[in-house]
Write a protein that binds this ligand. Structure first.
Ligand code: ASP
Length: 333
């Protein structure tokens, strides 16, 4: 039987880093492709090709790089059975969510993986992660996922929460898509392979702000962000998305932004929380002032989705409709 054709897209991260002998800090290797090419055993199971996208610590990721990555998948889409993206873990959840919006209706998987220890160092988790990512990319999965440690997670539901070999990411508001092991188990709620017409929209806005509320938060900050010309603002509220509405009320700022057509999206600060603006008066007043609920989206998915939506439209009613709708499994409903 012919081996499945998998394309490995390299975006950097620890997996391809080397240790600087003077500072002891990890930094991108000068020839990361060579590091990964030195990896023959996987070729027994899949035909692996390599493409360099960027070679950076993922702290330096930006929406332009997401576009470049999505364009690369699109360019080679028909030539491969699946894609693996080697990426730093720090911002992997943002990039995976971004790709899930840029490449909707996938017929094949786009699997993000990375590692905590570089492939070049002894005891690296990168080798296993890369092997399982390549094997999963050949399986009956058709969505953007993360494959690390022992889990297969929906990309736009992932959150980095720990730096340990057994747990790097979790999917707090949606069940894992599968478990790696003997054998690997894939759950029924994953998207499965079938012929679908790819919907490709790789552009992202660059101009939003993400603000985290804390007791005593100065509403002026929102005003300043609006004055600086933000196209949208995400606010991490308390509990299920509650906001101050007595002293230090942010309601006038929400109203003012809404009047100007600037979306205010409210998400929450809970690890496993769902935003529900009708649970308390403190959420309801924000909704009445025009705030959009992120529902059960992670903050990472909310950021990627708002940037993606703003590149499509700047009309507030349309933005609201898109943000509240399930596009790629990022929210219930
Ligand atoms: N700082 C690294 C990065 O995100 C961490 C990692 O890859 O795990 O690029």
């Amino acid at each position: 039987m012919a081996r499945p054709k998998i394309c490995l897209l390299f975006c950097g991260g620890t997996i391809g880093m080397v240790r600087n002998s003077k500072t002891g800090a990890l930094q991108p290797a000068s020839s990361a492709i060579d590091i990964i090419r030195d990896f023959p055993e996987i070729q027994k199971y899949v035909q692996l090709d390599f493409k360099m996208v960027v070679d950076i610590d993922s702290s330096n990721m930006n929406p332009e790089n997401w576009t470049k990555l999505a364009e690369t998948v699109h360019k080679y889409y028909d030539q491969y059975d699946g894609f693996v993206v080697a990426h730093g873990t720090d911002t992997m959840a943002y990039s995976a969510a971004a790709l899930s919006f840029a490449l909707q209706n996938l017929s094949k998987p786009v699997i993000f993986t990375g590692s905590l220890i570089p492939l070049t160092e002894i005891g690296s988790d990168g080798r296993n992660n890369l092997i399982y990512a390549c094997l999963t990319a050949a399986m009956d999965v058709a969505e953007v996922c993360l494959v690390l440690a022992n889990k297969i997670i929906r990309g736009n539901r992932a959150k980095k929460y720990h730096e340990s070999f057994v747990a790097v990411f979790h999917s707090p508001s949606f069940p894992d898509l599968g478990e790696l092991g003997r054998p690997t188990v894939l759950h029924d709620w994953r998207k499965k392979r079938r012929k679908r017409k790819l919907s490709f929209n790789p552009n992202f806005d660059q101009n939003i702000s993400l603000l985290k509320l804390f007791p005593g938060f100065d509403p002026e900050i929102i005003q300043k962000v609006i004055e600086r010309g933000a196209h949208g603002i995400i606010i991490e509220g308390f509990g299920p998305g509650n906001v101050p509405f007595l002293e230090n009320s942010i309601i006038p700022q929400i109203e003012s932004a809404t009047k100007q057509g600037i979306p205010i999206v409210i998400t929450n600060q809970m690890e496993k929380g769902v935003t529900n603006l009708s649970a308390y008066e403190a959420g309801l007043v924000a909704a009445k002032a025009g705030a959009i609920s992120s529902k059960d989206m992670t903050t990472e998915a909310t950021v990627a989705k708002l940037l993606w939506t703003l590149a499509k439209t700047r009309k507030l009613p349309e933005i609201r409709k898109i943000m509240e709708k399930n596009l790629a499994g990022e929210l219930e409903g």
